[in-house]
Design a protein around this ligand. Structure first.
Ligand code: ARG
Length: 579
């Protein structure tokens, strides 16, 4: 609806420009917002205030001309001027009801992509296999998964790429440790973090061990068979830890999505050659670098993208260039989204620019770094265990489920143990995911069990519970969401407001897809749940005054239930029929 109002305003502007009321060459960003107070219409725009100055008119006078120039539209019943010159749009409730009737008849709830379908690569999760996956990779995994689901639902073809860190000098140390402790290796690898620490200790304490580690790096690079066997073994175990976490989180990632750094090894010399051929390389202290005028440090000195070290080794950037070329040439991506910590922003800006200059990616390919803030503890400081160690993902999920278990048991002591466990899983994991998803992606975020498990506010328990309330209406009737006939007739203000929200689902999902920001969907579902709750309070469904009203209200409830369920599923949350 907002988009179509924007379009109407655009037509009015074009007309007023042609008539000489507005000067030529204006191309304002037209803003249309939902109004808070529905007695003043459903949508408002400040366009007349924005353009009053360049038009040399009073905002209210311009607003009047705009209204006169707006094309008629069946979805809008009237447009009024309010306050200093806002345009307030009232939607036509009959047209709204008809739109929702059409959504009810559609499996996809009327959701279509605004632009044309694309092939999108999503770079997500991407932990370093040398260590245990920790909370830092949780955000990438959860946010990337939600955006991937939304894009797929909109009709894009999504290719997930788990760009794991499975290569580098630290593997020498780990392989040396495996070699020296063949028996211990298998059991100790169950705790990667401990394994890493033990290996590091040997490396620091024993010069012979350190020497062996360095030899193994050379052998690994040369592809020596026994060394490769150890390396594969190590990565298999580490990846299986990750896969367990993905499965438990209900994240759509499988071993087939893994394409780690090592997969690009053979391409790296060619990347350097190609950069040289393009005249982009310069040598600095023996290292091969790309310098670009627009990237300078605080002192104004040029910043390099180092692509090969003096000793011949390649770097993180080199691998990313190879990955971009692969995603362009082999995967033929239209768009590539990188869900990686905000602190890597400069790395991506520079790597994207090198890739463009070198022609590694086709001109139309969109490269977007979807950065996110740091995950802090409840105290706002970087997330650490009490003794200062990194918090393991698994421990965190265990605690979430335990807490959810006591919470649900407290509320509903009669539930059987199996059902209780199942609910605790959905609520605990859902709470962790939702807390992350509901914040703006780029802000830092404080992990707080109490807040995320509260039944009040914008939380998973609140939304999951809201869904069960809708479900319970239908359970009482012995009907499914699909079994509601008749048509919508919107009368009461609470019906109209809920209906207006329901009509916005597609628009919200398109916003999430465009900017990679799932918090928009969270905010939408939270509003929707709140509106349903007031509707439910004010407009009796089962005790409605007549059958037609009951039918209509049931249809609204069914659409709310389906929208909540679909929305939560797109966020990667498992809904419950009761809790
Ligand atoms: N493994 C990296 C890290 O943990 C993230 C990789 C992100 N993806 C990429 N294409 N660079 O920091």
């Amino acid at each position: 609806m907002k988009d179509s109002i924007r379009h109407l305003i655009q037509q009015a502007l074009t007309r007023l420009t042609a008539d000489g009321v507005l000067p030529a060459g204006l191309s304002p960003a037209i803003q249309v917002e939902n109004t808070k107070d529905k007695t003043h219409g459903d949508f408002a725009s400040n366009i007349a205030m924005m353009l009053a100055k360049p038009a040399g008119m009073k905002p209210r006078d311009l607003a009047e001309k705009l209204i006169a120039a707006l094309p008629a539209d069946a979805d809008i019943s009237k447009v009024e001027i309010a306050g200093p010159g806002f345009l307030n749009f009232y939607q036509n409730t009959q047209a709204l009801a008809a739109r929702l009737d059409a959504l009810l008849a559609d499996d996809k709830l009327g959701v279509r992509k605004a632009g044309s379908a694309q092939r999108v690569v999503i770079d997500l999760s991407s932990p370093n296999l040398a260590k245990e996956m920790h909370v830092g990779h949780l955000r990438s995994t959860i946010i990337g998964d939600a955006v991937a689901r939304v894009l797929e639902f909109l009709g894009d073809e999504v290719i997930r790429q788990n760009h794991v860190g499975d290569w580098g000098t630290q593997f020498g140390m780990l392989l040396a440790f495996m070699e020296a402790n063949p028996a211990a290796a298998e059991s100790e690898l169950a705790d990667l973090e401990g394994f890493y620490r033990a290996a590091k200790k040997c490396f620091d304490d024993s010069p012979e061990f350190a020497e062996r580690a360095r030899e193994l790096v050379v052998q690994l690079q040369a592809g020596e068979a026994e060394c490769m066997r150890l390396w594969h073994r190590f990565n298999d175990i580490s990846l299986s830890h990750c896969q367990k976490a993905y499965d438990r989180l209900g994240v759509k990632l499988s071993p087939a999505d893994v394409k780690g750094e090592s997969a690009y090894n053979a391409e790296l010399p060619g990347i350097i050659d190609a950069l040289r051929d393009k005249g982009l390389l310069s040598e600095s202290n023996g290292a091969q670098c790309v310098f670009m005028d627009e990237f300078k440090n605080a002192e104004g000195n040029p910043l390099p993208v180092i692509v090969q070290k003096a000793g011949g080794g390649y770097l993180y950037s080199t691998t990313d260039l190879a990955a971009m070329r692969y995603r362009s040439q082999q995967l033929k991506a239209d768009r590539v989204l990188y869900f990686v910590d905000q602190r890597q922003a400069l790395h991506f800006q520079m790597a994207f620019e090198v890739a463009r200059r070198a022609g590694f990616v086709h001109d139309g390919m969109q490269l977007e770094h979807m950065g996110f803030g740091t995950m802090n503890g409840a105290d706002g400081r970087p997330f650490k265990t009490r003794d200062g160690g990194t918090v393991k993902l698994i421990d965190l999920l265990d605690e979430a489920e335990e807490r959810a278990y006591s919470l649900v048991k407290g509320k509903n002591p009669d539930l059987g143990e199996d059902e209780l466990r199942q609910i605790a899983h959905a609520v605990g994991i859902g709470a962790v995911k939702y807390a992350d998803l509901s914040k703006h992606r780029t802000s830092d975020y404080s992990f707080n069990f109490e807040l995320m498990l509260s039944f009040e506010g914008n939380t998973a328990p609140y939304l999951l519970y809201a869904y069960t309330r809708v479900a319970s209406v239908f359970r009482k009737l012995g009907k499914s969401f699909a079994e509601v006939d008749g048509s919508l007739d919107l009368q009461a203000p609470h019906e109209i407001e809920l209906a207006g929200k329901l009509a916005q689902f597609a628009e919200v999902l398109n916003g999430v897809a465009e900017k990679g920001v799932p918090h928009l969907l969270c905010a939408y579902l939270y509003d929707l749940a709140g509106l349903f709750s007031s509707f439910y309070e004010h407009c009796p469904i089962l005790a409605a005054e007549d059958p037609a009203t009951q039918q209509s209200r049931l249809r609204l409830a069914a659409l709310t239930g389906r929208t909540l369920k679909q929305g939560l599923e797109l966020l990667g949350l498992q809904t419950l029929e009761r809790m």
